[in-house]
Design a protein around this ligand. Structure first.
Ligand code: CP
Length: 326
């Protein structure tokens, strides 16, 4: 895949070689992200961060990643602060903003809206989440995290036993991650959710067609004996009402007691965050916070590395980092 000048809209654009390159460049970013080295390879470049739906990690880590490579960040947060609220189209907005940008990161509540926007853009657009559709940069940082968490156990992505749990119908992170997992071999993927919140059939098919063993269930117990548990939040914002979302809250709470009873000693816990810490939800109890195998904050930190890599690749500077060290 040629990265320079490309939009990153869906993980479906990526093959194993492209993913390996992204993860390899992500690793190269570690000294710059930790500021052991300084790099100004994007000096003078502008990222426009357009977030039309709430975000903490994705928006801030996109911005931090661009700053760490020497670029400047401008932000629009909320549709009410954009002329989209006056009826301007995504296409016109993209034509205009891309004239002020070297690259754009965007989140929007409507499925496929980022792709629609990209058609009007003259610069690369990176999808920061489009409704319940996809969250490709999250999936890439998840894969980077799985790889780094499994390395001490001499396990690679091929052959892993992974559990995806929670709202698998609306969770865009698990949609994108599952599509990426279908590029690897010999996995067992267990999907634990209430029936009404099952993973879309098309995504289950992509995993079974890849030859993975797929288990769809609404039971926790012995199904948690795995390498990775990827827990998700009930995506209240995708339901017709809070009352409807409440029907599914608290079904699959993971806490230390459940972990110790059903998981293996090496089982790593991941979650894209935010976790819903309200008592009625509590999908990932804070009593797990002192567990070494709770990878959620390392996972969020890896977002900076992966987003730095995506900026470097889409702007064609990934081989120039050392020339621009301070
Ligand atoms: N994981 C994730 O997308 O978090 P935010 O919604 O805070 O960006």
């Amino acid at each position: 895949m040629k990265f320079e000048g490309s939009h990153i809209l869906s993980v479906s654009q990526l093959n194993r070689d492209a993913i390996s390159r992204i993860l390899e460049v992500s690793s190269l970013m570690a000294p710059y992200a930790m500021r052991k080295k300084r790099c100004h390879v994007l000096d003078g470049a502008i990222l426009n961060n357009l977030f039309f739906e709430p975000s903490t990690r994705t928006r801030v880590s996109f911005g931090a990643a661009f700053n760490l490579l020497g670029g400047a960040v401008r932000e629009t947060v909320g549709q009410e602060n954009s002329s989209l609220s006056k009826g301007e189209s995504l296409f016109d907005t993209a034509r205009v903003i891309s004239g002020y940008s070297d690259v754009i990161a965007m989140r929007h509540p409507a499925m496929y809206s980022v792709e629609e926007f990209s058609k009007g853009s003259s610069v690369p657009v990176i999808n920061g989440g489009d409704g319940a559709n996809e969250h490709p940069t999250q999936a890439l940082l998840d894969l980077f995290t799985i790889q780094s968490e499994m390395a001490p156990h001499n396990k690679t992505l091929d052959g892993l036993n992974i559990v995806l749990m929670g709202d698998l119908k609306h969770g865009r992170t698990v949609h994108s991650l599952s599509k990426l997992l279908s590029l690897y071999k010999n996995m067992k993927v267990t999907m634990i959710s209430p029936d009404a919140l099952n993973m879309p059939d098309s995504i289950i098919s992509s995993l079974t067609n890849a030859g993975h063993q797929v288990v769809v269930t609404d039971k926790i117990d012995h199904n948690l004996s795995c390498d990775i548990i990827y827990q998700t939040r009930i995506q209240q914002e995708r339901f017709a009402s809070k009352d409807e979302a409440n029907l599914y809250r608290g079904h699959f709470s993971l806490n230390k007691e459940v972990y110790q009873q059903f998981c293996q000693q090496h089982t790593v816990i991941m979650h894209p965050l935010p976790r819903d810490s309200r008592p009625e939800a509590n999908e990932l109890d804070s009593d797990l916070n002192d567990l070494d195998n709770l990878a959620i904050f390392r996972q969020a930190q890896n977002g900076v590395l992966v987003r730095m890599a995506l900026f470097a690749l889409t702007l064609g500077v990934e081989n120039k980092l050392s020339q621009f060290e301070k």
